[in-house]
Design a protein around this ligand. Sequence first.
Ligand code: GLA
Length: 431
Amino acid sequence: MYTAVFVLTLVVLVSHVAQGLDNGLALKPTMGWLHWERFMCNIDCDTDPDNCISERLYMQMADVMVKEGWQDAGYEYVCIDDCWPSHQRDAQGRLQADPKRFPGGIKKLADYIHSKGLKLGIYGDVGTNTCAGYPGSLGYYETDAQTFADWGVDLLKFDGCYMNWTLLGEGYVNMSNALNRTGRSILYSCEWPLYEWPFHKPNYTAIRETCNHWRNFADVYDSWSSVKSILDWTASHQDIIVPSAGPGGWNDPDMLVIGNFGLSHDQQESQMAFWAIMAAPLLMSNDLRDICPRSKELLQNRHIIAISQDPLGKQGYRTAKVNSFEVWERPLSKKRLAVAVLNKQEIGGPRGLALSSVPGWKFCDPQCNVTQILPQYKEMGVQPLHSKLVVLVNPSGTVLLTVSPISSNFKSHHNLHWQDTSIKDKHSTIL
Ligand code: GLA
C-alpha cells in the first residue's frame, strides 16, 4: 500500500517537473526592470550621458530600486537589453561589453547589482546578430553561456533576429542546455514563439520545457493602441497559450510602459491590471529616477502584485466580451478569483456593468466577498448571488476585483473555462 502511494507520488512529481524548464526559477512571474522600451539603442553617451546604454544607467536604476521601495515591492531583476556589447568578440571569441560605455565590464556591474540584493539580466540573440546588429550567439552558445555565468549574470533575454526560422527551436534548446551546463541559475527569457508564428503554430510544450518565459507577440510601444493589440492577440490565442503557463514558465506580453508618456492614468491602470491577470512577467521599462507619484504607486500596488504573484500560478483569460466591455478572470489560490472589467468604449464617460453578469459570478452561490482593487481599494462586502452591484468603468480604464465565494459546498472555479461563458458574444447588452 505504502509502496503504491510512494510510486504514485513519484509519478505525479516527475510528470509535474517534466512539464516546465526544471531550473527552479520563475516559480512566480519575474519582476524587475528592462531598458529597451524607454532607452532603446541610445549609445550616445557624449551628448546624452544620463540616458545612454552604459553601466551608469543600470547602477542608478539599481540605487533607486533599493531606495524608493521597488525592491521591497518585489522588483528584483535589473536587465540590460540590446546594444551593450562591443561589435567585436575578444581574442578568445568571447562577447565583451563596449569598453567606453561599460568601463568596469559586466562582472563588476553584476557585483554592484548583487551588493544591492538585486539580480542582473543580460541580452543576446539565437542568430548571427542581435536585432540592432550587434554580435549574435549562433556558433557560440557554449562560450556565451559560460561567459554570462562567469560574469555572474542571473537572467538571459535571448532574441530571435537573424536566424533561419526552421533552426529556431534547435537554437533555443541548445542555449537552454548550455545555460544549464554552466551550473549557474540563469533565468531564460525567450522570444522563440514570436519568431515562429509567421510560419507555423509553435510547439508550446517544447517551449515550456526550454524557457522560463517567452514572447509571443510584437514589441510593446508607449501607446494604448499597442497595449490593446497585445490584449487582443492574447485573448484570440488564449486556448493555445494559457494552458502552457504555470510556475517555472510564463507567457510574456512584453514590458510595462507605465510611468512614460503614452498612456493616460486609466490606461496605465489597465496595463497593470491585465499584466497581473495574465500572470505576465512585470518588467518595467521606464525611468525610475523620474517617475510621477501616481505611476509609482500603481506599479508598487501590493494588492495588484499579490494577484500577479498568486501561488496557484494560473494565467487568466477573457471570459466575456459584451457591449464594449471585456471581462477577464484569473483563478487564484484559496478558491478566489480576480476579475478585470475593461471599458473599451473610448467615447463618453464611465459606464456600469452589473457584477452578477460576470461569468465567474456563478460561483458566488449563495454569497461572495468582494474587494475592489482598482481604481481604488474598497471592501465591497458580502454580496448575494443576485447582487445588484454595478461597477463603473472609465473609458479605456479597468475595474479590478477579487471575489471569494462563501459557501459550504463550493464548486471549484478551476473548472471555469472561457468556453463556459454564458454571455460571451451572445448578448449585445447585459445592462
Ligand atoms: C526585438 C525585441 C525587443 C528588443 C529589441 C532590441 O525587437 O523583441 O524586445 O529586445 O529587439 O533590438
